[in-house]
Design a protein around this ligand. Structure first.
Ligand code: NAD
Length: 478
């Protein structure tokens, strides 16, 4: 018996949750349900997180959370419960299978069967943003080795366990050589541990285009957070199954399972909604808690029901569908099909226990880290980069000198182009002269001198090498 936390959510949430639970219990799911309240009512009662402290205790105790969609009230101040849950519980992997159900559900891609594995905790979603000048705001993109290792290993373990043939990695490491470069490098390292699974890397732009055009070329795709956010929606949409897709959010301790759609308030309380998305989430949950044969039974009964043409309004199509049913009738049809498999659609077979083997991250021995320079960011408005160079070169010392200025990453001094558009946000790179080194005191010295000269420094970034390997990017054009 596994105790799970259930939240019935808002809008169509309660109806589709009741249908989902009825189906999996009828299939023999060995679960005990502890219900909590999250969402609109909790928000409107003045809790801006949409969840009470006691409910967190329940979720953390049970570790497995099946959540129906919730309504985030309009207006400022309400925090997204999904984002908070993912971050607080360290749910690093978002897994979204996108499969087409041709010819029973409309799709342009009849043979699509792709699983998107999206990193869920870091990247540009750290939410660390700063306005530094009148004209420029930055957002920090953080990519960590543990973050990359956990998500890439998850993708390969998932592929191995579910008999998938290939894992593809999407990044933009031709541009972001350090951050996306690390993701790609870790992918190559971990891929070697799975010689039986094919692996490949695509630059995200052409990879995304290929996925949208020829999704049958892909199997499991793993990617950093932002790309995964966008492409998991694209993948679900082109599979024709936004209303039919579920997702899992997996952490080292806890996991949350849900439908990918929202609370569809206009359809609430009418016995109309399609419970399939949440049911797909629940099937992933059953696999996660080791009740894989129950998961298999539910999935095959569900496929059979879709194939039988018993459809809710959202996928009902004259000529294809046989019967238009409500939420409850759909659930009853799935229950009646338990023990049966589809004939045309591909049935599933899950291993006895589909718990993945995911070792905890082992911290590596630290590299030899050496300070080799500093980028001084300056807010400055003037005629030309050459003029700024003159101003900033006043900071040069015997040991440390200005070596380069960039504007939004593009080298503008020395030897810039007049045509390059410049904002008021400049990066001035200082490096030690031949035979010298640079220390943190030298950096403080530069900053103090800048104050005396009325140079508006807005931040510094230290330049390091790690075991001799450059840990920073060059200026574009350098
Ligand atoms: P939505 O997904 O609720 O609805 C989009 C469209 O799809 C609507 O036409 C709706 O009727 C239809 N639809 C969605 N699910 C369906 C189902 N199971 N069966 C039949 N039709 C279905 O998106 P929205 O309208 O943009 O958002 C409504 C609310 O849901 C908002 O408050 C939003 O914040 C919230 N939301 C919650 C989650 C979540 O809890 N995970 C996710 C997305 C949106």
């Amino acid at each position: 018996m596994t105790k799970i936390t259930v939240a019935k959510g808002d809008g169509i949430g309660p109806e589709i949750m009741d249908a989902t639970l009825e189906i999996i219990l009828a299939a023999g799911a060995n679960i005990e349900i502890e219900e909590i309240e999250v969402g609109e009512k909790v928000y409107l009662a003045g809790n801006t997180a949409g969840i009470a402290k006691e409910s967190w205790d329940v979720i953390r105790r049970n570790k497995v959370f099946l959540k129906a969609p919730i309504t985030t009230p309009q207006g400022g101040g309400y925090k997204s419960l999904n984002v908070t849950t993912r971050k607080f519980l360290g749910l690093y992997a978002n897994v979204r299978p996108c499969v087409s159900l041709h010819p029973f559900v409309d799709t342009k891609h009849p043979v699509m069967d792709v699983v998107i594995v999206r990193e869920n905790e870091e990247d540009l979603y750290a939410g660390i943003e700063h306005q530094q000048t009148d004209e420029v705001i930055q957002c920090l993109k953080l990519i960590s080795r543990p973050g990359c290792e956990k998500i890439v290993r998850y993708a390969f373990e998932y592929a191995k366990h579910y008999g998938r043939k290939k894992v593809t990695c999407f990044t933009k490491d031709n541009i972001m050589k350090q951050t996306d470069g690390l993701f790609h490098q870790v992918f190559d390292e971990i891929a070697k541990e799975y010689p039986e699974i094919e692996n490949e890397h695509w630059i995200i732009d052409i990879g995304a285009a290929k996925m949208a055009d020829t999704p049958e070329a892909f199997d499991v795709i793993v990617m950093p957070n932002l790309y995964g956010d966008v492409l998991s929606d694209v993948a679900a949409q082109i599979a024709g199954s936004v209303g039919l897709a579920g997702s899992a959010n997996i952490g080292e301790e806890c996991a949350m399972f849900e439908a990918i759609h929202g609370s569809a308030p206009r359809r609430a309380g009418q016995n109309m909604a399609n419970p399939s998305g949440l049911l797909q989430g629940a099937i992933m949950m059953l696999n996660h808690i080791g009740q894989s044969k129950i998961a298999e039974k539910v999935q095959n009964a569900w496929l059979k029901t879709i194939e039988d043409g018993i459809h809710t309004y959202d996928i009902y199509k004259e000529g294809v569908s046989k019967e238009k049913v409500g939420t409850k009738e759909f659930a009853q049809a799935v229950i009646a099909n338990l023990g049966q498999s589809p004939k045309l659609l591909k049935s599933v077979t899950f291993a006895e226990n589909s718990k993945l083997n995911l070792p905890k991250y082992q911290r590596k021995a630290p590299a030899k880290k050496e300070l080799v320079g500093v980028d001084l960011f300056v807010n400055w408005v003037g005629k030309s980069p050459d003029e700024l160079a003159q101003v900033v070169q006043a900071l040069d010392t015997e040991k440390v000198k200005l070596s380069m200025i960039t504007n939004r990453g593009i080298k503008v001094w020395p030897e810039g182009f007049e045509e390059t558009f410049c904002t008021d946000h400049w990066r001035c790179r200082f490096k030690p002269v031949e035979g010298e080194s640079i220390s943190k005191s030298d950096i403080v010295g530069l900053l103090n001198h800048a104050i005396e000269l009325d140079i508006d420094t807005i931040k510094t970034e230290n330049l390091y090498t790690f075991d001799g390997k450059m840990g920073f990017s060059l200026g574009q054009g350098q």
